[in-house]
Design a binder for this molecule. Structure first.
Ligand SMILES: C[S@@+](CC[C@H](N)C(=O)[O-])C[C@H]1O[C@@H](n2cnc3c(N)ncnc32)[C@H](O)[C@@H]1O
Length: 316
């Protein structure tokens, strides 16, 4: 239970128009400070002040990521429950909230378009770019270890890109689905899967946030080097978990936290890696148990560490 003074603090923090708008925005997606400024159409010092007050009241959590600072709703607490009740009572057709939702959609569209152009431009050379940080054979050996010996009934590869994960598992999976948002990437994947003679692999155009695949349809789900491009990686982990059937495994491969800002400018990365604690929290919130985390340090001093997270859904 919240004490009366604490309740007043929380309501005071939420009880200001811009701060209420910020809470409503963050309930949809974690956002960088500059993105919040864009949506609210307010200066950075002003937005930062609102965010500081919300953080002090325990309603939002700040997390630096390289030179950027992101905010998201704080973890479960009574203060957060109270703020959620306030948000639930809001009329979504309220003019200011509806305008913010439109502007947030514009920010997302801009982000997606930049990423899509990047992948369209780099589809044919993606395999070279992918191996820049840790030697591909080391990463792939770790992925095979994480997945276990198989054979697998159905493999789902989310953000399949050039389809390498599909051919890596090859006929160890009875059937496979590779899903990607970029048609150019899917064209490369299609050629690769055909060349490998994998008749039971299907390539689908789709969004990782709404795959339209049934619950528990796969006994192996792989998300290889995709999460750091996404606006809402936690939602992608939730969707990947939803597809993981009883006793099945989800293997997530991405970078450990790093400071290579140029990957944002030149390669459309949004997040500069993920911490072990963050991923563990997302997996357990999605109903999976993390069974292993293997970290692969880079060969060069300035390189990036690749992490392979393995999670499992309990057998039925
Ligand atoms: C860095 S590539 C990785 C491809 C592949 N997993 C690999 O490691 O070679 C990231 C892929 O994620 C795809 N992608 C980005 N956002 C996506 C989304 N919202 N839904 C589905 N795919 C997405 C991109 O089109 C791209 O092909």
């Amino acid at each position: 239970m919240l004490s009366a003074p604490r309740t007043v603090d929380v309501l005071r923090a939420a009880g200001e128009p811009s701060r209420l708008r910020i809470l409503a925005l963050l309930a949809q997606e974690e956002l960088a400070v500059l993105e919040i400024c864009k949506v609210l159409d307010q200066s950075q010092p002003r937005v930062s002040r609102h965010l500081r007050l919300l953080a002090e009241a325990g309603l939002v959590e700040r997390f630096p990521d390289g030179a950027w600072v992101f905010y998201r709703p704080s973890g479960r607490s009574e203060a957060r429950t109270l703020a959620d009740q306030v948000l639930a009572a809001l009329d979504p057709s309220d003019a200011a909230l509806a305008r913010d939702a439109e502007r947030l959609e514009a920010v997302r569209t801009e982000r997606r378009a930049a990423a899509d152009q990047y992948f369209a431009r780099n589809a044919s050379t993606w395999d070279e770019i992918r191996s820049l940080h840790v030697a591909e054979d080391r990463v792939e050996a770790a992925i095979l270890r994480a997945a276990g010996p198989g054979p697998f009934g159905r493999l789902v590869d989310l953000g399949t890109g050039s389809g390498r994960m599909l051919t890596l598992f090859g006929d160890r999976a009875r059937s496979g689905i590779g899903l990607d948002l970029s048609q150019q990437m899917l064209n490369v994947a299609r050629a690769r899967v055909e060349a490998a003679g994998l008749d039971s692999v299907e390539l689908r155009h789709g969004d990782i946030f709404a795959t339209r695949l049934p619950d528990g349809c796969a006994d192996l789900v792989v998300v290889h080097q995709v999460l750091h491009y996404l606006g809402d990686p936690a939602a992608a982990v939730r969707e990947a978990s939803r597809l993981t059937g009883p006793g099945g495994r989800l293997v997530l491969i991405d970078f450990a936290p790093h400071a290579l800002e140029m990957l944002r400018e030149q390669h459309q990365h949004r997040r500069l890696g993920f911490s072990a604690a963050e991923m563990k929290r997302w997996l357990s919130a999605a109903g999976l148990r993390q069974v292993e985390l293997e970290t692969l340090p880079p060969a060069r001093a300035e390189g990036l560490t690749v992490c392979v997270w393995t999670a499992q859904r309990s057998p039925a």
